[in-house]
Design a protein around this ligand. Structure first.
Ligand code: FES
Length: 163
C-alpha cells in the first residue's frame, strides 16, 4: 500500500479594502520621506558646488565698485569688500602699489585671506596659495589664478573695475 501526500500551495486570504489602503498609505509615506531625505542631503551639496559659479555670475552683473575713503587704507593692509555679491579684496602693498582681486578661491569657492606677513593670499580650506600681486595660483589645489581688477585711486576713494 502506498500513500502520498498532496501539497497544496498556501492561499493567503484576500486583502480587505482597508489593508490595501494601509499598504498604499505606507508606500506613499515612505516615498515622501525618501524624497525629503534626498532633498535634505542634496541641497547643501548643490549649494556647496554651485556657490562659486553663482558668485562668479553675480560678479559679472556689475562692472565697477567705488570704495569711499579707501585711499586712506594703510600700506601693508587689506580691505575686504563685495564686488556684486562676490567677496573681493583691495590690497595696499608696502611699496605703495594697489591690487584688487576676487577673493573666491578657484578650487571650491572658499573666501581667501591676505596674509601680509607671509606675502601671500591663502585659502584655509585646502591650503591653496596665491601671489598677492598677480593673483597667480602658486601652490595647493587651486587650478586657476584669482581674477585681477583695475584700480584707480583718487582723493575721495578707490574705483575698482573689471579688467
Ligand atoms: S577651496 Fe581653496 S584650496 Fe580648496
Amino acid at each position: 500500500m502506498s500513500s502520498h501526500i498532496v501539497l497544496e500551495p498556501l492561499k493567503t486570504p484576500p486583502e480587505t479594502p482597508g489593508e490595501k489602503a494601509t499598504r498604499r498609505g505606507f508606500l506613499v509615506a515612505a516615498g515622501a520621506a525618501g524624497l525629503c531625505y534626498v532633498g535634505a542631503l542634496g541641497y547643501p551639496v548643490y549649494r556647496y558646488l554651485a556657490s562659486p559659479m553663482e558668485m562668479a555670475s553675480s560678479a559679472t552683473a556689475i562692472t565697477e565698485v567705488t570704495l569711499k575713503d579707501a585711499q586712506k587704507l594703510a600700506s601693508g593692509s587689506v580691505l575686504m569688500f563685495k564686488f556684486g555679491t562676490a567677496p573681493a579684496m583691495l590690497i595696499h602693498h608696502l611699496d605703495g602699489t594697489w591690487v584688487a582681486l576676487t577673493a573666491v578661491c578657484t578650487h571650491l569657492g572658499c573666501t581667501v585671506q591676505y596674509e601680509p606677513q607671509m606675502n601671500r593670499i591663502h585659502c584655509a580650506c585646502h591650503g591653496g596659495v596665491y601671489d598677492p600681486r598677480t593673483g597667480a595660483n602658486v601652490s595647493g589645489p587651486p587650478p586657476k589664478p584669482l581674477k585681477l581688477f583695475k584700480v584707480a585711486v583718487n582723493d575721495s576713494g578707490v574705483l575698482v573695475s573689471r579688467a
